[in-house]
Structure formats: structure tokens, C-alpha cells
Design a protein around this ligand. Structure first.
Ligand code: ATP
Length: 724
């Protein structure tokens, strides 16, 4: 067995800078990373010593021991979930029914063939769950000659199986049209500006701390740390905590999974232990770019603060505003929020403000400084006192003075651990070449990788919500256990997917960049990039979902011709021995393409059924809403109207304004009288909501008219009083 493994290793090769993807490379698929079967995995989970992490070793990049307690959960978020109005058939039900149907058809076809006694004919492999033939068809076998022959006969690309429409570009976090990060030489002028802006280098230096005890951390927090299994501080923690305790502004950068969350949470808790307790007030605000990340940070902070009297509140979109309003009224010490919902509360929740905010933290700060968040951030900063302490953190932290000035930092201390813009040291980065004329093979490559090599604990990133969803259907139809995570799901579905993935109930999480930053899911072995992201920082965050806290991990990226620049950056920033080229045999890819082609009708049918189901659900929801409006109209209309910082249209207009001239949407010059409709420029979701509200209002008016008409009618039929 061991021998076999070592021979397979030969097929994974280190990419040299000058030999990337040479054209005559043989193609095969590597099996060395055989993952444990589900059965043995389950068995392992049942063993009492599961709490011990046998993989653990101290890493140079600051990994420590892994906590015994579950590091985080969605308890707070789940408590705030809104009631779902109407139950509906799940996409999993639709896929499962379709799968049963396909299996039945396949069985019938087989029976028919047998009846015809056509022994030589191979049955069409529509669904092949066991997939034994994949193993037999030469994964890992020497395929040099065959490949060469095949390459000579290579047919013209047929991209008809390319079901992945990557062009909707609607993702919350997917941004187009931006320049990819590049090595930009720092000018002397910029260097001098930085010198003047940041605190002197001498202030960055702190004594080396081997334990938390030497850092003046109080007992209740030490207890919280030990409860989480944190014994030794990671590098970013031992550098940050002493400086943050002094109240200085910090601009911190360290690799993904190196413990930045605790690096800012510990000094916050420590400082809060000494707060005056006469009157409650919100003293700390932690901002995160996504709801799930905020929920995670909230959970980690609450767990670290278990043995203190510090109170926490989670304020993110998608969860009940009312519950959050009630929590904010109690003036929690720490608020963890996403910017949009926080501003909503600042504007509309009576009595909530940030006047007493003493510490502002921005997790994934470089993301928050980008367009889309910048205006909201300005609004939040305006609401905080200027005397506050500000701390910014990210694995791809910028030290660009122009960007940081917007945060009104005061002489921040720059704490960058090792080289920034580098992946975790224990990450093996693999790349699979997708030739220019074979872009349509991406799905087949992915399916081959997942069926044969990466069988569990794998997160797969897609460029669009539609692509992630279509892959979910395809995975379901071939019997792969997958969940999705993107902005088209309800908050409840988003939380459920993450929990199922965390608990090993699903093997694959099909996600957009919504899950790229900050999420810390223990045990992710592999990250697959279906597409190379357009920004290098984004690549680092995605692959950073694995190889965390001193663990090993692997990323596999499908690289097209257009991604050469990004590939070069990845290779340049990594240790040579950590970069590999993964090869797949063309016949394997072809086999999976045939499989996908054979399922194209079923995929369309599932999508159609889902569409019909959604339409039905919408109709039911609207009916329910109208009933509610009629029943509770007085109460609804008596509520004070909520105000918004920016409507979706204003937000878009602001973004448009900031775009370079060539990317701006042009007005139709031939039509000077162009008039904007009420729903113009709104997202589909907003438009539907607005339309529904308008319809509700119309119905309400109609109902009122009817009541008035009935009253008038009653009055007119009353016998008139007889005058005396
Ligand atoms: N001192 C420590 N000892 C052991 N484990 C730790 C320690 N500090 C943090 N960890 C663990 O390391 C993992 C990564 O931590 P965290 O999520 O804070 O990383 P991060 O640097 O914020 O990553 P990202 O850049 O992806 O957001 C978590 O599972 C956390 O529990």
C-alpha cells in the first residue's frame, strides 16, 4: 500500500517558474491524498479520544494547540432567526426525486438491453454511483503514450456541456473590473509618507511572550482561553495584545488562520474588565464584512468572555431586527455587526448610539475599505467619538496611507507578521490547467476530482451564485453530498449549510466569495477554486479556509489561460516545494463530460421545478402578507417609518460615481427624455419587494374603499328619521 502511494506521488510535480504547464505534459489524476472512507470516518468520530488532535504540531507561523471546546457556533444567530412564513419543498427533495427517476430509467434501460441479449453493448452510464470504472480507467497509471495519441486526434472543443454561466456577477462579494494586485514598487515619497503616518518602528517591538500569563491577562480571561484550548499565544497574538492593551491604534496583518480574532478580542475583554459599572454603555464595536463572519466572531468573543460579566450583541442583516433592538436597549458592552444593519439601528433604533464607543475593530479591514462598504464605513466612523482606539486586521492588510486616512487612525502601530500576502505555510497549492479551447471541461474536471480524490471536507468556490447552484444540482444527481452557501439563500439556509458542513453531514460546501474571508471551519482539508479569482488577495483568503492554526491543507485551483498572471503571483509567493501541478487524463475528463451531458435534461428539469416551486411560494407569501396587512393595518401604519442610510439605488449610484469613466453606465443619448421608473436600477429582490409592498398598499386602499362603500350603502338603506 505504502509502495503504491509513493508511486502515485510521481504524478504530482512541483511547478518550476519556467516550466508551468508545458504543452506535452502527460495527464493523469493523482490518488495519493486518498481520504478516509465515510465508514472509517464515522468510526473515528465515535472514538472517545476524538477531542485530541493528532495532527497538531506547532507551526512556525504561529499555530498553537487546537481548542477542546467547539470553537464557535451560531447560537446567537439562531435565536434571532425570523419566523419562516411558508414551508416549502426543498431543492434537495427535488434533486432526490429526480435522481430516483433517473435511476429507475437506467434500470429499465438495462433490463431492456438484457432482454435483447446484446452482450457486447455497454449500457449508457447515466448515473454510476459506485464508479468502479473510474479506478479501473487508469487514475495514477502511466498514460503517456495514450495521451500523446489522443492529443494528436484531439477534436475541436465542444462547449455545449458548459452549463456554468459565470456571468451573472451578482455576488455580494464578487467584484469585477478591478485591477488584480501586482507587485508595486514603493516610491521614496510613499515610504516617507508611511514613516510619518505610522508609529515609529520601535513601538512595534514587544517582549516575546510564550504564554498568556506573562502578558498581564487577568484570570477570568485566562480561564476562557484555557477553556478554548489556547495555551500558547500565536505570533500575531503575542505581538498585538501588549500594544492593544496600551490603547494604541493598530494596523495588523498575519496569514489566514493565524489567530487574529483572539488577538483583538483578548485585549478588548481585558480592557472591559476595568470599565466603570455604574451605567451600562456600548464601549466596543467590531465590524465584519459578512453576517456569518460576524456571527463567528461574536461566538468566539462570547466564549472567551465566558468567565467575565461582559455582555455581547450580534447585529447583522437577515436576522430579526426586533430582537436586536431589544438587545441593544440593554446597552451591551460589545456589539459585533455588519455595517448595513448597524447603520439601520443607528438610524432607527431608539436610544442606540455609538457616543460611548471606546474601541472600534474592523476585521477583514482591507475588504471594508473597498467600494461598496466605504460610504457606510464613513457613516459609522462619524458616529464614533474621535478619541476611540481603532484596530484593523486582515491577512491581506493594506498599509496604503490614502486608504487608512479614511479610518482616521491616530499614529497606528504597524504589526505585520512575516511577509504579508502569503498563504499559510502548511498549505500545498495545486493547479490544474484548463486549456483555452477546453474551458467547457471545468465541470468534468471538478467532478472527477471530487469523485476520486477529494471525498470529504472540501469547500469549492465559484464565481457566481448561479454556478454554485447548478453544481449543487449536478452533485446531487450524481450522488455527491453537497450544500451551498451564497447570497441567494435565506439566512436560515446559509446557517444550516455551514453547520451541516462543520458537523460533517455534507462533504462539499459549494460557495461564492461570501465564504472566502474569515470563516474558521475546523477540519476543512481541501479548497477547490473552480475559477481563479480576479484578485490575488481573494485567492489568499479562499485558500486560507484550510491549513489553519498549524494544520496541513491543500488547495486545488483550475487555471485557465487568462489566469496566468495570477498563477505566477501564487507561485512566486509560495515555497517551491508547496506548489504542485495536478494532471488529469483526457479520457477521464471526457468520461465525466459524457456523464454530465447525459444529465443535462435532468438539470434543466430540476431548475424548472424549482422555479415553479418558488413562484408558488412567492404567491403564498404575498397572500399571507396581504392577509396580515388587512388584519393589522392600523398597527402597521402607526409604526414610525424606518429611514435608510442609502437606498439600493443610491448605493449603486454612489458606486457608479466612483467608477473610472470607461466603466460608467452611459445614459441613452438618443433619448434625452429618458424617464426613470419607480423600479429602475433596483436589484430583482428589491424590485420584487417594492412591487409587493405597492400591491399590498393597493389592496389595502381597495379594502378601505370597500369598507367605506359598505358603510355608505348601509347608511343609504337606513330609514330616515321622521322629523318632528
Ligand atoms: N493561541 C491559540 N492556540 C491555539 N489555537 C488558536 C489560538 N488562537 C487561535 N487559535 C485557533 O486558530 C484558528 C484560526 O483563528 P482565527 O479564525 O482567529 O484566524 P484568522 O487569523 O482570523 O484567520 P482569517 O485571516 O482567515 O480570518 C481558530 O480555529 C482558533 O480557534
Amino acid at each position: 500500500m505504502a509502495k503504491k502511494k509513493s508511486s502515485n506521488n510521481d504524478f504530482i510535480m512541483t511547478i518550476e517558474d519556467d516550466d508551468q504547464f508545458s504543452d506535452n505534459m502527460e495527464e493523469d489524476i493523482e490518488e495519493q491524498q486518498e481520504q478516509p472512507s465515510k465508514k472509517s470516518k464515522k468510526k473515528q468520530q465515535q472514538q472517545p479520544e476524538r477531542d485530541f488532535d493528532h495532527q497538531f504540531t506547532f507551526a512556525i507561523d504561529g499555530g498553537g494547540t487546537i481548542g477542546i471546546a467547539k470553537p464557535w457556533d451560531f447560537t446567537a444567530a439562531r435565536d434571532m432567526l425570523k419566523q419562516r412564513a411558508v414551508e416549502h419543498a426543498d431543492i434537495d427533495d427535488i434533486i432526490s426525486n429526480k435522481r430516483k427517476q433517473v435511476k429507475k430509467e437506467k434500470k429499465m434501460a438495462k433490463a431492456l438491453e438484457q432482454a435483447q441479449a446484446d452482450d457486447d453493448e455497454q449500457p449508457d452510464a447515466v448515473l454510476d454511483d459506485e464508479d468502479d470504472d473510474v479506478a479501473a480507467d487508469g487514475f495514477g497509471g502511466g498514460a503517456k503514450d495514450t495521451v500523446r495519441k489522443e492529443e494528436e486526434n484531439e477534436e475541436e472543443e465542444d462547449s455545449d456541456d458548459d452549463t456554468e454561466s459565470e456571468d451573472d456577477g451578482q455576488d455580494d462579494m464578487v467584484r469585477g473590473g478591478q485591477e488584480s494586485d501586482d507587485d508595486v514598487e514603493e516610491t521614496e515619497e510613499e515610504r516617507q509618507r508611511k514613516e510619518a503616518y505610522f508609529a515609529p518602528e520601535a513601538e512595534n517591538e514587544t517582549q516575546e511572550h510564550q504564554t498568556f500569563t506573562t502578558m498581564n491577562v487577568s484570570r477570568p480571561i485566562l480561564k476562557g482561553l484555557s477553556n478554548m484550548g489556547f495555551i500558547k499565544p500565536t505570533d500575531i497574538q503575542s505581538r498585538t495584545i501588549p500594544i492593544a492593551l496600551l490603547g494604541k491604534d493598530i494596523c495588523g496583518g498575519a496569514a489566514t488562520g493565524s489567530g487574529k480574532t483572539a488577538a483583538f478580542v483578548i485585549p478588548i475583554l481585558e480592557r472591559l474588565l476595568y470599565r466603570p459599572r455604574q451605567t451600562a454603555s456600548t464601549r466596543v464595536l467590531i465590524l465584519c464584512p459578512t453576517r456569518e463572519l460576524a456571527a463567528q466572531v461574536h461566538s468566539v468573543a462570547s466564549k472567551l468572555g465566558t468567565f467575565t460579566d461582559i455582555t455581547f450583541c450580534l447585529c447583522v442583516g437577515g436576522l430579526s431586527v426586533k430582537k436586536q433592538e431589544a438587545d441593544l436597549k440593554l446597552k451591551p458592552d460589545v456589539v459585533v455587526a455588519t455595517p448595513g444593519r448597524l447603520i439601520d439601528h443607528l438610524r432607527n433604533s431608539m436610544g442606540f448610539g455609538l457616543d460611548s464607543c471606546e474601541i472600534l475593530v474592523m476585521d477583514e479591514a482591507d475588504r471594508m475599505l473597498e467600494d461598496g462598504f466605504a460610504d457606510e464605513l464613513g457613516e459609522v466612523i462619524k458616529a464614533c467619538p474621535s478619541s476611540r482606539q481603532t484596530m484593523l486586521f486582515s491577512a491581506t492588510m493594506t498599509d496604503n496611507v490614502d486608504q487608512l486616512i479614511r479610518m482616521s487612525l491616530r499614529n497606528p502601530v504597524r504589526l505585520f507578521i512575516d511577509k504579508t500576502n502569503q498563504a499559510a505555510s502548511r498549505l500545498v497549492q495545486e493547479f490544474v490547467r484548463v486549456r483555452a479551447n477546453r474551458e467547457g471541461d471545468r465541470s468534468s474536471i471538478l467532478l472527477a476530482l471530487c469523485r476520486k480524490v477529494f471525498k470529504h471536507n472540501t469547500i469549492i468556490f465559484f464565481q457566481s451564485k448561479a454556478a454554485a447552484h447548478q453544481m449543487k444540482i449536478l452533485f446531487g444527481l450524481v450522488g455527491l453530498n453537497a450544500g451551498e452557501l451564497h447570497g441567494n439563500l435565506t439566512q436560515e439556509q446559509r446557517l444550516a449549510s455551514l453547520e451541516q458542513f462543520r458537523d460533517g453531514q455534507i462533504d462539499y460546501l459549494l460557495a461564492t466569495d461570501l465564504a472566502a474571508r474569515g470563516l474558521d471551519i475546523k477540519g476543512i482539508d481541501t479548497v477547490i477554486n473552480y475559477n481563479m479569482p480576479t484578485q490575488f488577495a481573494q485567492y489568499l483568503h479562499r485558500v486560507g479556509r484550510t491549513a489553519r492554526a498549524g494544520r496541513n491543507g491543500r488547495s486545488v485551483t483550475l487555471v485557465g489561460e487568462q489566469d496566468r498572471k495570477m498563477l505566477k503571483m501564487a507561485i512566486k509567493s509560495a515555497e517551491k516545494s508547496q506548489v504542485k501541478n495536478r494532471l488529469l487524463r483526457p479520457e477521464t475528463v471526457q468520461k465525466y463530460r459524457a456523464k454530465i451531458d447525459s444529465l443535462s435534461t435532468q438539470i434543466k428539469e430540476v431548475l424548472q421545478e424549482e422555479k415553479e416551486e418558488r413562484a408558488l411560494r412567492m404567491a403564498e407569501m404575498e397572500l399571507k402578507k396581504s392577509e396580515n396587512m388587512l388584519e393589522h393595518s392600523q398597527e402597521i401604519y402607526s409604526r414610525p417609518a424606518r429611514t435608510w442610510f442609502q437606498t439600493e439605488t443610491e448605493k449603486k449610484a454612489a458606486q457608479q460615481e466612483k467608477k473610472p469613466e470607461q466603466f460608467k453606465k452611459k445614459k441613452d443619448a438618443s433619448n434625452p427624455n429618458e424617464v426613470h421608473g419607480r423600479y429602475d436600477g433596483l436589484s430583482r429582490k428589491k424590485r420584487r419587494r417594492l412591487q409587493a409592498m405597492d400591491e399590498d398598499e393597493d389592496m389595502e386602499k381597495d379594502a378601505r374603499k370597500q369598507v367605506l362603500a359598505a358603510k355608505r350603502h348601509k347608511k343609504s338603506t337606513k330609514p330616515r328619521k321622521i322629523k318632528a
